[in-house]
Write a protein that binds this ligand. Structure first.
Ligand SMILES: CC(C)(COP(=O)(O)OP(=O)(O)OC[C@H]1O[C@@H](n2cnc3c(N)ncnc32)[C@H](O)[C@@H]1OP(=O)(O)O)[C@@H](O)C(=O)NCCC(=O)NCCS
Length: 167
């Protein structure tokens, strides 16, 4: 599946800012660690060991957005028994509301091509929830204290109907 095309490869914000999308390479992992720290507070940011484990895990896939040498966004997903999980999605604060997360999320969905896609989001993270709803994700259950004391999670799911096989 690694060779599947992303749904969009470049967003051109201005003549000197081209945002490119591609699968992560090993050399990106250090930069991804910095991105995680810029995007998530405390333990929600993936550290180097977790990122390396996800990079080498055969079931997972990491897509990054970059501007020049700078990594400005990433999505991490995995697939098991016909179900994709979006494990992580983030965009550098300097590059938000440009459609980067939209491309990353769609790219993970298309990479695996599963009929169901799930993800967890914190109940207070209304921005991310707005993004997911726009993509067709619906809340399916609440997980109390999932992110820590009084920090509740919402499990959201997308159902992507498959085209009926041609007769
Ligand atoms: C959530 C996040 C990934 C969105 O990234 P992004 O690249 O800015 O998102 P997009 O530009 O693709 O947004 C597409 C649409 O989603 C909605 N949206 C995205 N962020 C939003 C926000 N903060 N508030 C309200 N709506 C939002 C909007 O409808 C937006 O379209 P618009 O800009 O034309 O109004 C980014 O804010 C982020 O990294 N946050 C910190 C990490 C995080 O919370 N990750 C998700 C964990 S579950």
């Amino acid at each position: 599946m690694a060779g599947r095309l992303l749904n969009a490869r470049v967003i051109t914000q201005s003549s000197d800012t081209r945002i490119r999308f591609r699968p992560a390479q090993l050399r990106d992992v250090i930069l991804l660690q910095g991105l995680q720290r810029r995007c998530f507070a405390g333990s929600q940011a993936y550290g180097l060991v977790t990122l390396l484990a996800l990079y080498f895990w055969s079931r997972s896939h990491i897509i990054i957005a970059s501007v020049g040498e700078r990594v400005v966004g990433c999505a991490v997903g995995d697939s098991d028994h016909g179900q994709t999980r979006v494990l992580n999605l983030c965009v550098d604060p300097d590059f938000r509301r440009l459609g980067i997360a939209t491309v990353l999320l769609t790219s993970i969905e298309n990479h695996f091509g599963d009929p169901f896609v799930t993800l967890m989001v914190e109940d207070k993270n209304v921005g991310a929830q707005a993004l997911y709803r726009l993509h067709g994700y619906l809340p399916v259950s609440d997980l109390r204290n999932y992110y820590g004391r009084n920090r509740h999670g919402i499990l959201m799911q997308l159902h992507r109907p498959t085209n009926p096989a041609p007769r």
